[in-house]
Design a protein around this ligand. Structure first.
Ligand code: HPA
Ligand code: ZN
Length: 360
């Protein structure tokens, strides 16, 4: 894994994953299979992938560039690659298989509980009926728990670069699958390209979700334009419960204070930042957060589009490059339990397991 092997300590640690996009777990083998089954050509813009090897090669985007900020325009951005991957997902079974593959992997990685994000608009805007997506994930949620022992509560994401009204309409459609209905999702989030799309644009949509008894979280991507203003709005104006990424808060004392005073935790994904940040710049930030009393946990984001680095790889990076102790790694795993929105009984089981971890 990027020159690092996953230690047995990290592999066996009981884990909670709070920042993973289910569509970002679509592995090339399943993508290839679904493309054949659904007769979908595999391509990105004018580039077609005719063989499985060509498809695999397309995952080797090694850096995270932003064309709108002067980056290259001739290779797909990470988000473009991610949405291109979604094109093979059409039927309820496709969404079910995607999610079951992921939950099986959770079991292997000792992920006990997960709150996956899903982007329903990535599918409905291609003409896929919402119920194919929602029923596929719902079936996997239930079977993942019974078959693999991996429990999950899901997070509906608004696509922030689409009109707010489209997100609100998608939410209305999905609402029968929320916690008060079928029980698939218990929170809403904000994902996709943050460029000039601050969290405040979605304040009303968040308020609506809260009125429906749902939790709220938002992405504040690392190193984006207006990143500090986005974090400020998330903490003080929208009064979000968690922030996904949000690492740039470290640049401003008032943001660090806001996170600490309001007990807003960060769901960090170290490998996502490591793609374009030097080791010696990035990893000391973890120590800074610990010293500053900011709560955070370690997650994976979009492993398939980020060099196949999953939660265990992200934790290994924090452990190794961040020079954290075993005790601190257990604390980060415990932070994820604190920050998650599982039932108390589920939380207690995981806390109890973490109490048994040997940190010598
Ligand atoms: N940021 C914003 N949107 C996303 C991401 C991300 O890291 N992954 C999938 N959608
Ligand atoms: Zn994300």
């Amino acid at each position: 894994m990027n020159g690092l092997t996953i230690s047995s300590f990290i592999a066996s640690l009981p884990k909670v994953e709070l920042h993973i996009h289910i569509e970002g777990t679509l592995q090339p083998a399943l993508r290839w299979k679904l493309a054949q089954r659904n007769k979908i050509p595999l391509r990105f813009k004018s580039q077609e992938y005719h063989t499985y090897e060509e498809l695999l090669e397309s995952y080797n985007v090694t850096y995270n560039h932003r064309p709108e900020l002067g980056g290259r325009k001739d290779v797909p951005t990470f988000l473009e690659a991610y949405f291109a991957g979604c094109e093979v997902l059409l039927k309820e079974d496709d969404f079910y298989e995607l999610a079951m593959d992921y939950l099986a992997r959770c079991r292997q990685m000792n992920v006990r509980y997960v709150e996956p994000f899903f982007d329903i608009q990535a599918h409905t805007r291609r003409g896929i009926p919402a119920e194919h997506v929602l029923n596929g994930y719902l079936r996997a949620q239930r079977e993942g728990a019974s078959k693999y022992g991996v429990r999950s509560n899901w997070i509906f994401c608004f696509l922030r670069d689409e009109p707010v009204e489209d997100g609100e309409a998608a939410y209305e459609t999905a609402l029968p699958w929320a916690r008060s209905g079928h029980g698939l999702f218990h929170a809403v989030g904000l994902a996709s390209n943050a460029y000039e799309r601050p969290p405040m644009l979605f304040k009303k949509a968040f308020e609506r979700a809260q009125a429906d008894g749902l939790h709220i979280t938002t992405h504040c991507d690392f190193g984006q334009k207006d990143t500090h203003e986005h974090i400020r709005q998330a903490i003080f104006d929208v009064q979000i419960e968690r922030i996904d990424h949000g690492l740039d808060a470290l640049d401003r004392d008032e943001l660090v204070e806001g996170l600490v005073n309001r007990n807003v935790g960060l769901t960090l994904c170290p490998h996502a930042y490591h793609r374009r940040t030097a080791t010696e710049v990035l990893f000391p930030k973890l120590r800074q957060l610990l010293d500053g009393g900011v709560k955070f946990c370690i997650n994976s984001d979009d492993p398939v589009y980020m060099h196949d680095v999953w939660i265990d790889g992200n934790m290994e990076k924090a452990y190794h490059y961040g020079e954290l102790t075993k005790q601190e790694m257990v604390q980060l795993a415990r932070n994820a339990v604190d920050m998650c929105w599982a039932d108390e009984a589920v939380k207690k089981e995981i806390y109890d397991e973490l109490d048994q971890v040997d940190v010598r």
